[in-house]
Ligand binder design. Sequence first.
Ligand code: PLP
Length: 392
Amino acid sequence: MPERNDLQMPFSRLQLELDERAANGLLRKRHTLTGPQGAHVEVDGKRYISFSSNDYLGLANHPRVAAALKSGADIYGAGAGAAHLVTGHSLAHERLEEELAAFVGKPSALLFSTGFMANIGAVQALVGRGDTVYADRLNHASLNDAMLLSRATVRRYRHSDLGQLARMLGETTDGQRLVMTDAVFSMDGDRAPLPALLELCEKHDAWLLIDDAHGFGVSGERGRGSMSHFGIDHPRIIYMATLGKAAGVFGAFVAAEKVVIEALINNARGYIYTTATPPALSVALLESLVLIDEADESRAHLKALTKRLKQSLEGLKWRLMDSDTPIQPLLIGGNQETMDVSMGLRERGIWVAAIRPPTVPDGTARLRIALSAAHDFSDIEKLAKALHELAR
Ligand SMILES: *Cc1c(COP(=O)(O)O)cnc(C)c1O
């Protein structure tokens, strides 16, 4: 083996970039869970109260979902073995698509392996050169990558700035226009003004793609998501949601008019050229859907937890961002201070993810406090007590 010498290594450039990240306190690292996801987790062998998952309803380790997954494996085995358009499309996938479409009130739905792939696949299939995509600046990374890969002209508007979007929409009439937005912003927890966005899309004959990764299962009537939350429903809405967050399993779907789904089946490369998800996951998700439908009590509990968190952090020198969803970011500002608070919490047995640039804008590093119906009020009290101690 040659001596390790950074300058002679073939990857010295990568090493330099990583060293710079580390020097700025921005090196990303993983931690290993030694048990299931939940309100309490074991990380590297130690127990923590966790406010860091997207498992908003506590379904990731729900006995009924886990049992459905096992029964799915008994019927279908482990893997799908092929892409959906070859021989990978099973009855379980088919049934789940029907249930998802009905659940969110759309004529048709299509399963994707992940939300990341659903966004990339859908946008790339829907628009291309000569078309224009309008995107909120705080959209999820997968929507940002999707619009770049689509080769459409890209216009980004300031976060939820409808005036700027209206001006931009007025500037082009060529090609197809597609407006796309997170419904609940993943790092801020606030909601996009969907009714006003829909109105603008109507006026300018643009399509509206809604990414409801954080609304599905949590928001709206019986967890129907953000369209239901705002009481809107329109054929020009292309609805996307993920199944690895509130639904507790894995995957994603797009729900829309039949013609849109047909177009995705025929054109979405992230759908066509990839192996179907294990059918057992779809069996588990069918059970998740039943649980989401029944989870009014969990959703009410989530609201009560959110209220309690806001009350118990009053007077703290850091402030919670303006959000009525289970995503309750605590704005700290500096990268190092955010890391220090996160580490201080960890020493007290509490795990909250520190979110730093480039995931969020410079100077807005934050603790992303994510609540779950699996938390109880004493979890919130412990978090609040620790934060008040650390603020001193
Ligand atoms: C998590 C997330 C995705 C990606 O979904 P995965 O299924 O995890 O790939 C897409 N959009 C938003 C807004 C998300 O929060």
